[in-house]
Design a protein around this ligand. Structure first.
Ligand code: SF4
Ligand code: SF4
Length: 424
């Protein structure tokens, strides 16, 4: 769809402002009732989903021209989708996040991208990673010495896909390594893509670089198909969303699981047994791309139809991504199964979780906004009395680790696999 195709939606939006808050029946306090990092940080209506519709309408109808401020509004969105699921509490006929992304793509197409974004895309093209400065030749270093199959030479049931952040971040590489070691120790027939292991490009999509995303995705799909694997397992939530939702839309027909789903099945099968107590209270942060944006892709082809020349419906009925079927229970079940561990929930959880601030390339293009967003989450986590935040995404982990709460406090951040390993 082009941005102009969203014009009916731009008129359909009723200015109710529900996209700025978690649903009112879920609100426990005013302090943690808001859901959109962008409107909260910038405090100007254009930054909210409703404002983005209004801005896009004026651009499409040629009543407005691009300025630096407009470009800032468009790109300073973490693509977290909180507005989308909030809107869908009451509405079924607006695809708010798709619109936000299409607006970014429109700006990119018209030449309005940040230099930092161009640098990331340049790195994607030259080194097949969106982390500038990293080299393709160093990508597989995190797995040195592990006895995983090389899928370019032999077949395996499972492709383990670490993703760029786990592959290159020295702080996080050990987590990818521990994940794969755990799979191999449990007898899982897992391998790595080897030379064909490249960025999933999900973050290119989140920044509105649709053509670059598609180009990389199609190559990756061919690599997965050539490897002949039955399942792709990834510990990265961005990669998970890219494969589960975006690659599926491009025709990939391979089962995709996040590492926490696979881990839960290994625990349930008795292949992982805990032997140690972990007496601590933790809170769990739902990564946006594993939670509300982790719902499977459902193909749909149809058209709009008006009933009584007034009520718009879709024929056939259109899938409604309201976040309810994301991955929420697997990580919580794992945490609850660790002896001695107590889970204290934050106020904004599951599909109404507050974003960590790293999405949409914001950790690279606007670190202050990104860090403030993470700080808000740490403040919320501290309010539960938890001693640590646990999550299941390297981007969330990295951003939460480097940020602090509004009162300056920090909290230890763990990947869920780290806690599992401590309790074995
Ligand atoms: S985008 Fe949805 S929730 Fe936001 S103002 Fe429009 S109709 Fe309301
Ligand atoms: S996607 Fe997230 S940051 Fe962007 S407008 Fe929606 S709620 Fe705000």
């Amino acid at each position: 769809m082009a941005l102009k195709d969203f014009l009916p939606q731009m008129y359909r939006c009723s200015s109710c402002a529900n996209c700025k808050f978690i649903p009112f029946d879920k609100v426990q306090s005013a302090r943690f009732s808001e859901n959109c990092p962008s409107i909260c940080y910038f405090s100007f209506h254009s930054y909210a989903a409703r404002g983005r519709y209004q801005l896009a309408k004026a651009l499409v109808e040629e009543r407005l021209e691009f300025t630096d401020n407009i470009v800032d509004v468009i790109h300073n969105c973490t693509s977290c989708g909180a507005c989308d699921v909030a809107c869908k509490v009451c509405r079924y006929n607006l695809d708010v996040l798709d619109h936000n992304l299409e607006l970014k793509a429109y700006a990119v197409e018209k030449g309005h991208a940040y230099p930092r974004q161009k640098e990331m895309i340049g790195s994607l093209k030259s080194e097949q990673t969106m982390i500038p400065g990293m080299k393709k030749k160093d990508r597989a270093g995190w797995a040195d010495g592990l006895k995983a199959k090389d899928l370019s030479k032999e077949k395996a049931e499972v492709a383990f896909f670490a993703g760029c952040k786990y592959s290159y971040d020295p702080e996080l590489q050990k987590i990818a390594r521990a994940d794969l070691e755990l799979l191999l120790k449990c007898g899982v027939d897992a391998g790595l893509l080897g030379a064909a292991d490249n960025c999933c490009a999900g973050r290119a999509y989140q920044m509105g670089f649709f053509d670059d995303f598609r180009d990389r995705a199609e190559k990756n799909i061919r690599a997965f198909e050539a490897a002949g694997v039955k399942t792709i397992v990834t510990p990265c939530s961005d990669c998970y969303h890219a494969f589960k939702r975006l690659y599926a839309k491009l025709g990939m027909d391979i089962k995709v699981m996040h590492f926490v789903e696979y881990l839960e099945s290994l625990i349930n099968d008795g292949r992982i047994k805990f032997t140690k107590q972990l007496p601590m209270t933790v809170t769990y942060h739902d990564p946006c791309h594993l939670g509300r944006l982790g719902e499977p892709y459902i193909p749909w082809e149809g058209k709009d139809k008006k009933i009584l020349n007034q009520v718009l419906v879709y024929e056939p009925r259109k899938p409604r991504y309201n976040g309810a079927y994301g991955i929420y229970d697997a990580p919580r079940n794992i945490l609850r199964s660790i002896p001695g561990l107590r889970l204290a929930e934050m106020e904004r959880i599951r599909e109404y979780s507050w974003c960590c601030g790293a999405g949409g390339g914001i950790s690279e293009t606007n670190p202050d906004f990104s860090s403030w967003t993470a700080g808000e989450r740490i403040t919320e986590a501290l309010s539960t009395g938890a001693e640590a935040i646990v999550t299941a995404c390297p981007w969330c982990e990295s951003n939460l680790r480097s940020s602090q709460a509004e009162d300056g406090r920090k909290l230890p951040v763990f990947d869920i696999a780290e806690l599992v390993l401590k309790a074995l």
